[in-house]
Design a protein around this ligand. Structure first.
Ligand SMILES: *Cc1c(COP(=O)(O)O)cnc(C)c1O
Length: 341
């Protein structure tokens, strides 16, 4: 397979327009057949539901080139299912799983030259989303929607080595109890931007959010779930109704238990417990796992024993195993890899 002439290793996480995207519209109560399109611009009415009342849900996944030159995606069926769950909450008609998978296949195949070569650490990031395209002005779900899936090549997350993150406990809350924290929707990000910018201005990489009800339990960062490693090498991850069920996290828990033979527990995690953990990481599609070196809460600082220089030993094992599975370097659990080309 011929690839584009790009400096793959130097790519950041930015939007770059590529050749084809998939578009399907919903009207008259049904999803029409989708097609590939060369047009990246969208024309919608000024009163479209997405512009007025933020009716939008999205997903994020990656396509990789394997050593033998095939192109694969990682567990896209789970993205399809999660997007149906998100859509239901925002009264958006769910996009059928089979069509979602077909859209992934078509876009990846049509843009195969944009899927970074094996060994560069880069990937083709895929962004499926649905938005309300028809006008509304009174408060109600729109009558028309568009599902769209585009791709953009993104670089390796850890350029020039791993730098453990420093987090601050946010004074803001990310998600209300019984609210929308457990769905993947643009609205959860719009409201997190102020906290994000303030954290950066204060020299932090990311926010750690606590539960809004009691502010005593750890939830997640703006866009990644936590995993902790105890001194006895047990994997602990927060259980909460208001965090987004990360596919990376679910995969890490499976690998920890079934490949590395580690004990795993998903349970509420008190902020006070942090001092007892040996390692901390945040996980999501973008980085797989980024190690966290330090968490700051007002004048209290917690530095994990794994330190500010490298990934902790267990975090590294999980990271290596999962990335090798994604790239087809080691055998994947049944059904995790979808071969496209
Ligand atoms: C997407 C997302 C994650 C990570 O989920 P993955 O499926 O692992 O990419 C975590 N938290 C939030 C709020 C997210 O939107």
């Amino acid at each position: 397979m011929k690839k584009k002439e790009l400096d793959w290793e130097k790519l950041g996480f930015d939007y770059r327009e590529i050749d084809k995207r998939y578009v399907a519209n919903y009207s008259d109560g049904k999803w029409e057949n989708g097609t590939l399109s060369s047009k990246s611009d969208i024309v919608i009415n000024e009163s479209a539901g997405v512009l007025q009342y933020c009716q939008q849900v999205f997903e994020g996944l990656k396509a990789f080139t394997t050593k033998d030159g095939s192109i694969v995606t990682f567990r896209p069926d789970l993205n399809a299912e999660r997007m149906m769950d998100s859509a239901e909450v925002l009264q958006i008609p769910p996009f059928p799983k089979e069509k979602f998978l077909e859209a992934v296949d078509l876009v990846v195949e049509a843009n195969a030259e944009w899927v970074p070569p094996y060994g560069t650490g880069a990937a083709l990031y895929l962004r499926p989303f649905i938005f309300a395209s028809k006008p509304v002005i009174s408060i109600e779900p729109a009558e028309g929607y568009q599902f769209r899936l585009f791709g953009t090549p993104v670089g390796p997350y850890f350029k020039g080595g791993v730098n453990p993150l420093t987090l601050c406990v946010s004074e803001y809350d990310r998600a209300a109890p019984r609210g929308t924290g457990n769905i993947k929707a643009g609205l959860n990000y719009a409201m997190s931007l102020r906290a994000h910018i303030e954290a950066h201005e204060n020299g932090f990489d990311e926010n750690m959010y606590l539960d809004a009800e009691t502010r005593t339990f750890v939830e997640e960062t703006g866009g990644a779930n936590f995993i902790f490693v105890t001194k006895d090498k047990e994997i602990v991850t927060p259980k909460s109704e208001t965090i987004l069920p990360s596919i990376t996290k679910r995969s890490i828990l499976y690998i920890a238990e079934n490949r590395l033979g580690l004990k795993v527990s998903e349970r509420p995690v008190k902020f006070e417990e942090l001092e007892e953990f040996a390692e901390c990481g945040v996980c999501g599609t973008a980085a797989v796992i980024s190690p966290v070196g330090k968490v700051v809460n007002e004048d209290k600082e917690i530095t994990f024993p794994s330190g500010m220089e490298e990934m902790g030993e267990v975090t590294k094992k999980l990271y290596d195993t999962l990335t090798q599975i994604q790239l087809g370097d080691i055998e994947a659990p049944e059904g995790w890899i979808r071969k496209i080309v």
